[in-house]
Design a protein around this ligand. Structure first.
Ligand code: G6P
Length: 476
């Protein structure tokens, strides 16, 4: 395995194992935005990506895929349960999303989290070139920066947190809060989605570790009596805007959008929700508001259809099993009460779709509903905006999603306020084209300016800066 100058570390590798044409398993690039964003960079820098290959028990040698060296970190079935489903997605995920679901604190989950984070750190240490740069991604790997620094003090280390960082009053519930903060502070640059997340982090550092923080700088005492400066600030992530624009302009995708409208019975308005099936997304709040609007007679199934794509996610975690039951009960209740022979109130799809189909759906939708109760960024909001090249369509956007900081001309809502949400849906359905255009144009400017390439460059520039300052220090 060659040593790489730039190494990305994430829970998942940027590929999925799928059945190929001949029936054998083949690797296919994952559809995510991060993967798309980093692909040209990894190619250029001859980079490596360290991550779990996505299947329990799969232990394979490093391999090259489309210009990136992939370094698989194996997880046993038990580790998937304890580290991934347990600590990552049943402790950290609910805690960091403002305890919308109750976080569970289990010592055996924590032990597995430490062990697996160490495995990631060791794999990374062994593939990174002398003086190289490592970029760690997300909440599954919060201990990696510190572990890696201990193994390889020569490296420049960045960490980006894709999900919210909670207020100290919540964060302090975590029995291992100190270890997590120290883990993150192993990085030279710690990036967050919102200014508020970086603020919560700095406050946790002050309250818990008593370190000094000043603007975005944190002074971290080291064991040798020296101090190190860590930069902690917001770098709001984005999408590969150009590729969405390109898809939205393709004749076959536009034809598919028309076909979707047709197959829904050409309703005068289509509302759309697209989410991983997750309790943070506010899907129930959205269904409640829509169901009540039909019941009140303010909307009718003859005119308006809601398409809800809820892609399967973390299906063995109890809170997700329960949420699916609740949503499916609501969908079938509303349908049972409101559907007619010719019209369905809600077209519910518990499936994931390729990007082309998603863009066709965005083009078919008059109103996009993003009602997250808490969300790091919410890229779906940005994807919808990017595809609306005719500057039509209305985005309803929760103020609790990171995207609300940038998309100021969306119709902002508090998803807990069902009456206001209902009024906003009616307002969106009735919005005159000129107002749609005014709002959409301003939002499109934002996602064109700040795309995912601008995001990764600004983070990597901050890292390069951190390295330059380190080199300036007299004793290195
Ligand atoms: C969020 C997280 C990612 C995660 C993704 C899908 O966007 O920030 O780290 O990869 O959800 O979840 P999964 O558990 O399937 O990886």
């Amino acid at each position: 395995m060659p040593q790489a100058e730039l190494v990305v570390v994430a829970n998942r590798l940027p590929v999925d194992r799928v059945e190929g044409a001949t029936g054998d398993d083949v690797w296919r690039r994952s559809p995510g935005g991060l993967v798309t964003a980093l692909e040209p960079l990894m190619r250029r820098e001859d980079g490596a990506w360290v991550g779990w290959p996505g299947q329990a028990g799969l232990d394979i040698e490093p391999f090259d895929f489309e210009g990136t060296h992939l370094v698989p970190v194996p997880l046993s079935e038990e580790e998937v349960q304890l580290y991934y489903e347990g600590f990552s997605n049943d402790t950290i995920w609910p805690l960091y999303h403002d305890v919308i679901a109750e976080p569970r604190y289990r010592r055996v989950w924590w032990d597995a989290y430490v062990k697996v984070n160490r495995r990631f750190a060791e794999a990374t240490a062994s593939v990174t070139a002398e003086g190289g740069t490592v970029w760690v991604q997300d909440y599954q790997l919060q201990l990696v920066p510190r572990m890696l620094r201990d193994l390889r003090p020569d490296l420049t280390i960045g960490y980006f947190h894709h999900i919210p960082f909670p207020a100290y009053g919540l964060f302090s519930q975590l029995p291992w809060r100190r270890q997590v903060l120290e883990g993150l502070l192993g990085a030279d640059v710690v990036g967050f989605q919102r200014v508020a997340d970086a603020g919560n982090f700095a406050r946790a550092i002050r309250r818990q570790l008593r370190y000094v923080t000043k603007a975005s700088g944190i002074t971290v005492p080291e064991r040798d009596g020296e101090t190190r400066n860590v930069l902690a600030k917001a770098f709001p992530i984005s999408i590969d805007t150009a590729s969405y624009v390109e898809l939205a302009q393709r004749a076959d995708v536009r034809a598919r959008a028309a076909e979707i409208r047709e197959s829904l019975g050409n309703p005068s308005k289509i509302l759309l929700g697209v989410d991983r099936l997750d309790y943070t997304k506010g899907i129930r709040h959205r269904l409640k508001a829509f169901g009540e609007l039909l019941e009140d007679g303010r909307l009718s199934v003859e005119d308006v259809t809601l398409v809800q794509v809820a892609s399967p996610s973390r299906e063995r975690v109890e809170a997700y099993v329960q949420l699916r039951d609740e949503i499916e009960l609501m969908v079938s209740r509303i349908g049972g009460d409101r559907d007619t022979m010719d019209h369905t109130a809600i077209r519910y799809l518990h499936q994931g779709y390729p990007r082309e189909e998603m863009v066709a759906l965005f083009l078919a939708a008059d109103v996009m509903l993003v009602t997250a109760l808490r969300d790091g960024m919410n890229l779906v909001a940005k994807e919808y905006v990017a595809t609306r090249t005719d500057n039509r369509g209305v985005l309803i956007l929760s103020e609790f999603a990171g995207a609300a900081d940038e998309l100021g001309t969306a119709l902002r809502i508090n998803p807990h306020d069902i009456d206001a949400l209902k009024d906003t849906i009616v307002r969106a359905v009735e919005m005159p084209p000129a107002e749609q255009g005014r709002r959409m144009r301003a939002m499109r400017r934002k996602v064109i300016e700040n795309d995912v390439h601008a995001w990764s460059s600004s983070f990597l520039d901050a890292l390069a800066n951190a390295r330059a300052h380190k080199d300036d220090e007299p004793d290195g």
